[in-house]
Design a protein around this ligand. Structure first.
Ligand code: NAI
Length: 340
């Protein structure tokens, strides 16, 4: 898709972070932007920010929706058609949450919340919008579906179970759509960021009341650590520009940098890890230890440097923070090393 001006864009999770960046960038490209999010206060602020970025207020439609709720999502889709005169030409599903802890500590609430937002909402949007988009635009004008996934789609740590599972599923869904939409003159793109300067470190604060029974250790301190990590992430506007360029070029996967080769190398390294899963255990574990040693070297300051500007390992804990990814203290089957 190359022509955006005058067309309609529907962005989920657009009240902050990556989605808000996308609303600004695609709004600047001349699109009418519908922004859907669960937080009304954040939506109100987002509209102000998008207007301040130079987009006319009448070209913005803010919708308070729990995107995991199909009836609410359908009502939002109807509203977009009513206000903007048709379904979106560009659907970008970016809403997401995360929560980290040992997979064996996970509760049904952990899975339902994380997979509900990161995967089910994407399925909801595709099933609600794609038929409408095909009917309205197939082989008449360009249209496209995009989803914000994660580099987490290509890897899974012991503390990222529901999130990595959801993101891997989202990637595969988007590969299916990329093939399926071709005969209609449309395409699909999955954006796989590494780290974004966003609000996601606060996600636990708005975990729904009915899904609050987590098996993970969650506190102000763990959120502080996550906020510090995400503060080092890519700027959402820059990320949205990269996504826009990726959509224009017809990429199916968009990696979070203009240095595509660096990220392709990262992908190859991830694929090697997966390939190593086929090895007998001792061989695999020796390779994993070697890889970890190499990685730690990247974080060590070079000779003569004080290390102030060196890349920080993702698991650094700031002052007043707490390590995240631990289990709740009262779960009696959990290895004590996996508790705080
Ligand atoms: P963010 O927290 O700033 O934005 C996510 C938005 O989704 C929030 O505004 C939130 O209110 C909304 N949301 C959550 N549950 C919802 C629901 N049920 N219905 C409607 N809206 C809901 O976070 P960020 O980082 O901008 O996240 C955007 C996407 O990027 C997510 O899919 C996330 O998984 C992905 N991502 C984030 C990374 C990061 O480092 N922050 C790295 C890789 C991927």
């Amino acid at each position: 898709m190359k022509d955006f001006a005058g067309k309609i864009c529907f962005i989920t999770g657009a009240a902050s972070g990556a989605g808000l960046g996308q609303a600004k960038v695609f709004g600047k490209a001349g699109m009418k932007v519908a922004i859907a999010d669960i937080r009304q206060d954040a939506l109100d602020k987002a509209v102000e920010e998008i207007v301040a970025y130079g987009i006319k207020k009448e070209d913005i439609l803010a919708l308070k929706v729990d995107l995991t709720n199909r009836e609410q999502y359908k009502a939002a889709a109807d509203k977009v058609e009513e206000v903007f005169g048709g379904p979106p030409h560009l659907l970008i599903q970016t809403a997401g949450v995360n929560s980290f802890g040992p997979i064996e500590a996970s509760t049904f609430d952990d899975f339902d919340w994380v997979m509900g937002v990161c995967l089910d909402h994407v399925v909801n949007g595709l099933l609600i919008f794609v038929p409408r988009m095909i009917k309205a635009y197939a082989n008449k004008t360009e249209f496209h579906v995009a989803t914000t996934s994660s580099m987490g789609a290509f890897m899974a740590g012991s503390g990222t179970g529901p999130y990595s599972a959801a993101k891997a599923a989202v990637n595969n869904l988007m590969y299916s759509y990329a093939e399926s939409l071709k005969p209609y003159g449309a395409g699909a793109t999955v954006l796989c960021p590494g780290n974004i300067n966003s609000n996601i470190g606060n996600a636990e604060k708005y975990r729904p009341e009915n899904l609050k029974n987590t098996g993970y250790h969650v506190s102000e301190g763990t959120m502080k650590t996550l906020r510090a990590i995400h503060a080092d992430g890519i700027d959402p506007i820059e990320l949205a520009e990269i996504l826009k360029e990726g959509i224009e070029k017809g990429r199916i996967i968009v990696l979070p940098s203009r240095d595509t080769e660096a990220w392709a190398a990262q992908l190859r390294a991830q694929n090697e890890i997966i390939e190593d899963y086929t090895l007998p255990a001792p061989e695999r574990e020796a390779k994993a230890a070697e890889r970890m040693k190499e990685m730690m070297k990247r974080f060590a300051p070079a000779e003569g440097e004080d290390g102030k500007d060196a890349p920080r390992p993702m698991w650094g804990v700031p002052e007043g923070g707490e390590p995240f990814g631990k289990a709740r203290d009262d779960l009696d089957w959990i290895d004590p090393n996996k508790k705080l």
